[in-house]
Design a protein. Structure first.
Length: 115
């Protein structure tokens, strides 16, 4: 009887920790001129009004990135390309969200948009 209670308590604790640790995944590909962005481009996500970075990474050789955001809601995704930060508002959810992005050059200015 005691072992059943112990097992039930362990299961309840594990379930509680699993929901507290759930995070939203933001991922996708970044293109420039129809081709994948070079490997090593910095990508980060921050929460509005908070100076701390929620997560950061760099693009791989396919221009892909993956970020984890612990809190749901609006965030700002920033790409640092050619030394210039390009921002885009994104939303994190409990489930993974794909953001395929395009870096554009217009009149010598860089911009970032969702594909």
């Amino acid at each position: 009887m005691r072992s059943i209670v112990l097992i039930m308590m362990c299961a309840a604790t594990a379930c509680g920790l699993a929901t507290a640790a759930s995070a939203g995944k933001i991922f996708g590909d970044i293109n420039l001129g129809g081709k994948p962005l070079a490997a090593g481009v910095k990508v980060r996500v921050t929460r509005p009004g908070v100076s701390a970075i929620a997560d950061s990474t760099v693009t791989d050789k396919f221009g892909s990135y993956k970020l984890l955001v612990k809190e749901e809601g609006k965030s700002v995704l920033t790409i640092v390309y050619e030394g210039k930060p390009l921002d885009l508002s994104v939303f994190s959810n409990k489930e993974a969200t794909r953001y395929d992005l395009v870096v554009e050059k217009k009149d010598g200015k860089l911009s970032l948009r969702r594909k």
